[in-house]
Structures are given as structure tokens and as C-alpha cells.
Design a protein around this ligand. Structure first.
Ligand SMILES: [Zn+2]
Length: 419
């Protein structure tokens, strides 16, 4: 009996120890670096693509800072490397683990207090399964909404597109959104879900929403990277890539937003599987990016705008991303972006910058929006980098979902009315 009991406990112990242990970010910092010369900017770019240092944002010009996540053990080494390159830095977030605990507490508190009648509280963060349940419920209960499984992730999760249409047979022009292609950018799925909820509840009563739905079909992929998103809940809050196994490497994941063909493998992407910007074996090597490609291609000629939602930085960005050269449609793009950004800022005063990715943010090759613009002919193809500018970074507290989504939706409405 005693023998069996100890076998039981041994199994229980093994089961516990092999289940996911969540990455503990206690003591991890985010530091902000201020480059002052072109050489320092080049050094940071080189450092990003050749190391596994987690860059949260990167400078393209001397006006823009670079944010890095640093673990407590390597802080002294990183500080020395920066000093050797005459780079100044300050600590932006002192303890990411504490920030994550606060976020989880707020999520749990909101869950406990929620007494609405929807499948989920659209003012809170939710797991992949909860979001899928919400979309299924919406499709069952709201005649405007249909969902389709557009593809499957590496680990076999559904990649779902939700369509809001008052007349599917009319083949209207489309406003299309991919959200949460980067796993840790939770505010992006939350914003897309809040907008879906706002459109579906406002149709028929809000004149502006009614007009926009009568004019366009609205399509959303609320979680474009399901495996990475699920992993960011269970194992690693700050996971960015998908969950592909990279042959010959212990590091997993491809940066899906470097896995598109325009400029594939170029500046601002890495060929190292351990890099956060690893571009993968080839353009569209990953099922998740391939699914987005197919969705846009299936609606060819109808996509009026395709917007990729990211965080953080408060930017509205156009092509090109893979080069600092400007597209021939840039004047039209600038006018449209300006309409969006002005309406965002008019809401709560949130400051946004706008312009081409390659000039305003940094050069990044193989990104979704360049593909939508260059290969699919979607002129109004943009990346929106939502709140904030680094105070919380990727761990924007749930209480900021509604303000973020509200201003973003105001921006999108004004932009749609301007194009
Ligand atoms: Zn992103």
C-alpha cells in the first residue's frame, strides 16, 4: 500500500513538474536608450538582429528612443555594452513581474464583478477560448455576424474571421483588421473585440455606425496568432512570435510580422531562430501568415482598407516598412492617416504620430501591411500601434481597454469617412 502511495505521489510530482511553469519576470526591467548618433542607431539595429535581447521598440532616428527588456542577471552586462557605445539609458519599468501580477489581479477582480449578459465582458482581457466562445455566441445570436475558420495555427487552433454585414450578397467594399499577430500585444485583440461589440450593438440605433455598416462589410481576425496568444496566458506573458518548432534550434517561434514577402529577410528582421524578429524559413512558411494572405486574396478588389493592430507606441503607420522610400500614393495615405489621428487625439488628447513605417518608426522587412499594399493592391493598408508610449508597454492595465478602444474606434470612423 505504502509503495503504491509513493508511486502515486511520484507521478503527481512528475505531472506537476512537467506542466507549464510560467516565466517569472520578477526583477526584469524595461530600460529606455537614447541614441544620439547614426552609428549608435546602427549599433542597436545590429544588436537586435544578432542577439536574443528583447527589443520592445527601436530607434530609426535620433529623436526616437529604444526600449529593451533586461533580466536582473544581465543588467550589468547590458549597461556596460551601452556604456561602451556611449549610450545613455534610464529605467522605464523597474519590475515587470510586479506589473504582471497587478494586471492579473485586475483581470480577476473585473471577472468577479462582471454581471453583464454577454458571453464575455468586452471591457476585460480574455483567453483564446473565451474569445472564440464570444464570437460563436455572437454569430448565433446576431444576424449581422458570421464567423469562419480561415485556417489553423501550428498547434492546430482555429484562426477565426468574424464578418459584420447587413447584406452579404451585396459584395460591399471591406474594412479588414488583423489583431494580436504579436502574442503579447493583448490590447489589440481587446480593442478589436470592443469594436466588434460596439458595431454590433450600435447598428440600427447609432446613425454613424449604421451608415458605416450599410456602406462596408467589416471583417476582423481578432486573434491572428492563437498559439502565441494562448502561450502568453499560460506560460510567458511576454511571448511575441508563433509557436513553430525551428529545426536545429532550441528556440521556438517565428515573428509572423516578418514572414510576409515584401523585402523578406531584409533589414529589421533576423535569420536567427532565437531572435524576437526571426523571419522564418521563407515568406509564408507559417500557417498563420499564410491564412491572412488567403483572406485578403479571397476578397481581392473589395478590400478598401486593411489594418494590422499592434502595440505599443501610439502611431498610425503606412507603407513602406521595408525601406525608407515613400510609396507613390503617400499623399493620399497621409491625408487619410491624419483624419484618423486627429479624431483619436480629439477624444482624450492622446498624442499620435503618423507616417510611413520606414521613416517614422524603423525599417522592418516582411511585414503584413507592405504585403497588403504592394501585392494585394490595398492602398489604405496601415499598422496602428495602440497605447501607450512605455509606461506599461505591453501590459496595459484592463482599465485602459475602454479608453484605448474608444479613441481608436473614433479614429477609424473618421478615417473611413475620409477615404
Ligand atoms: Zn506588434
Amino acid at each position: 500500500m505504502k509503495f503504491y502511495a509513493s508511486i502515486f505521489f511520484l507521478y503527481a510530482f512528475l505531472a506537476l513538474s512537467t506542466t507549464a511553469v510560467k516565466v517569472d519576470y520578477t526583477g526584469h526591467m524595461v530600460i529606455r536608450v537614447f541614441p544620439e548618433t547614426k552609428e549608435q542607431i546602427n549599433f542597436l539595429a545590429e544588436w537586435e538582429s544578432t542577439s536574443s535581447v528583447d527589443f520592445w521598440s527601436r530607434s530609426s532616428t535620433i529623436e526616437r528612443f529604444t526600449d529593451l527588456r533586461v533580466n536582473p542577471e544581465s543588467y550589468n552586462d547590458v549597461a556596460k555594452i551601452l556604456l561602451d557605445n556611449k549610450l545613455n539609458h534610464k529605467i522605464l519599468i523597474a519590475n515587470l513581474g510586479e506589473l504582471e501580477r497587478q494586471e492579473q489581479q485586475e483581470i480577476a477582480l473585473r471577472r468577479a464583478l462582471y454581471n453583464g449578459n454577454k458571453a464575455i465582458d468586452v471591457e476585460n482581457y480574455h483567453t483564446y477560448e473565451e474569445v472564440m466562445a464570444y464570437l460563436a455566441d455572437l454569430a448565433n445570436t446576431n444576424p449581422l455576424v458570421t464567423t469562419m475558420v480561415a485556417g489553423a495555427s501550428v498547434e492546430g487552433r482555429d484562426i477565426v474571421q468574424a464578418t459584420i454585414s447587413s447584406d452579404l450578397a451585396a459584395n460591399k467594399p471591406i474594412a479588414w483588421f488583423d489583431c494580436n499577430i504579436h502574442a503579447r500585444e493583448w490590447i489589440t485583440a481587446a480593442t478589436c473585440i470592443w469594436i466588434i461589440d460596439t458595431i454590433t450593438t450600435g447598428y440600427g440605433s447609432d446613425p454613424e455606425i449604421t451608415a458605416l455598416v450599410d456602406q462596408y462589410d467589416w471583417k476582423f481576425v481578432p486573434i491572428a496568432n492563437p498559439d502565441g496568444y494562448a502561450f502568453s496566458w499560460t506560460n510567458d506573458r511576454l511571448w511575441r512570435k508563433n509557436r513553430a518548432v525551428n529545426p536545429g534550434s532550441i528556440c521556438m517561434g517565428v515573428d509572423l510580422n516578418r514572414n510576409f514577402p515584401v523585402g523578406f529577410g531584409g533589414t529589421g528582421s533576423s535569420n536567427g531562430p532565437c531572435s524576437e524578429t526571426f523571419h522564418g524559413a521563407a515568406a509564408f512558411s507559417e500557417p498563420e501568415s499564410n491564412t491572412l494572405k488567403n483572406l485578403i486574396a479571397a476578397d481581392q478588389g473589395r478590400v478598401k482598407t486593411a489594418i494590422s493592430m499592434h502595440s505599443y507606441s501610439q502611431l498610425w503607420l503606412s507603407s513602406y516598412s521595408y525601406t525608407s522610400a515613400l510609396p507613390s500614393d503617400y499623399t493620399t495615405m497621409l491625408r487619410a492617416m491624419r483624419a484618423g489621428v486627429d479624431a483619436i487625439t480629439a477624444t482624450y488628447g492622446t498624442v499620435y504620430n503618423y507616417g510611413s513605417t520606414g521613416t517614422v518608426l524603423y525599417i522592418a522587412s516582411g511585414v503584413s501591411t507592405d504585403h497588403y499594399y504592394v501585392n494585394e493592391g490595398v492602398l489604405h493598408s496601415y499598422t496602428i500601434e495602440l497605447r501607450d508610449t512605455g509606461l506599461y508597454g505591453f501590459e496595459l492595465p484592463p482599465r485602459l481597454i475602454v479608453p484605448t478602444a474608444t479613441e481608436t474606434w473614433n479614429g477609424i470612423k473618421a478615417f473611413m469617412n475620409a477615404i
